[in-house]
Design a protein around this ligand. Sequence first.
Ligand code: GLU
Ligand code: ZN
Length: 494
Amino acid sequence: MEVRVRYAPSPTGLQHIGGVRTALFNYFFARANSGKFILRVEDTDRERYSDESLQDLYDTLAWLGIAWDEGPIVGGPCGPYIQSERFDLYRSYAEQLVRDGKAYYCYCTPERLEAVRVKQQEEKSEVQGYDRHCRNLSEAERAEYEMQGIKPVIRLKVPTDGKTTFHDVLMGDITRRNRDVSPDPILLKSDGFPTYHLANVIDDHLMGITHIMRAQEWIPSGPLHILLYEAFGWEPPMYCHLPMVMGKDGQKLSKRHGSTSVRDFKEKGYLPEALMNYVSMVGWSYDGQREFFSKQDLEQVFSLNKINKSPDVFDYKKLDWFNGQYIRQKSDEELLALLLPYMTKAGFVSAPLSSDQESMLLNLTKVVKERLKVLGDVVDLTRFLFEEPTYEDVNLFAAKGVELAVAVSALDRAFEILKQGFEAGESHATTEQKLTDLAGEMGLKVNGVFMPLRVALTGSTVSLPLFDSIGLLGQEVTCARIENALALLKREVR
Ligand code: GLU
Ligand code: ZN
């Protein structure tokens, strides 16, 4: 039997980590079993639908390099794959259930349903929800309602006794008493729109879905779906409900924990291969040891029996670590191409680049490569190269415990050493040693000399390593900045 799985998001918000993990597991499972990965857009909830969410779905999968075998845009034998284009079909299946005595028309007004709800509450009644008023209407009663022009909904006849069991690959058998299943849920609304349950079950059947991998939060819907399959006389697919993705505090991952939308991660400068790799490790492992997997690897080794039963934590720090690893695997040229949009957006550079600029940027890339967690870090790390420092707080020049006047003379003397070094073509190591010696001579810690230099060159007390910064700035700019800083400081301490 060919494996056919689907990712069936509702386009009511941006794609988030949990959803994308579901997509990835389905995709990898399909690939590992030479099956088909289907994308289905569940847009029955027209109020919460947005075009932006649908576009974000497509963009996210494209960014991750996840292509679907059947679905919107590419089509396929079971199309259309967008539920709002299949409404007639759901209606005819719902009417079929009514004809087969598995479902029925309900004419209750919202007012009546509300009154039932209030009464149940007042009486602290054990049964909550619809009171099945229309389940056994006579033909005459039905005709009467129809005469009044009331548009009915269609409700499923949930058995009032017995139990329903479904099997989950991870969780085993899950059983509910039928009387605990929602009393006769609506399948088709009075405007002819299907509800989620109806459309979802019909489509999974018609699209030949063999395995349903979706978040554990859908487990409560399981029995109802099984009852629907039974009502239609269809064989249900295999279920595999995926463990939830949690924040560090054990709560379902949400904005409180940090970014959750894939778009955010992309904008900050996470690489798709890093996000894909890490997200695939949340709730799944190969052998409990190996962590690095390319997309191609996962397409081969992914298997259901390695999925965890219990929820797993999404660890932002771990993702940063993965991202750093993937950044360092890039060639300098590749990485520069990825960094350029960030530097362009910050106004540091603009196309077209001169060849001088390009070689400077390539050097910059070499220097920052080891230090980037996300691509966007390049902006703060290299701002000093593109913007003149303003030295707003002169006290920054003085390392801790050093008087400003002492810092100024340290800078003055360090500048002489640097200039001599430049002229003599000295190695960095030699010049660095001389600066260290200078600190000793002046009775300062090394920072007493390096700090004013660093601040003069970058305007900041934290920066790339000093000689890397000098290398990127070039001798001329280096000297000019130190001269500027000295002029300003000398006015200050006079
Ligand atoms: N549209 C549902 C969702 O967004 C699909 C659930 C399922 O996979 O059955 O989660
Ligand atoms: Zn009713």
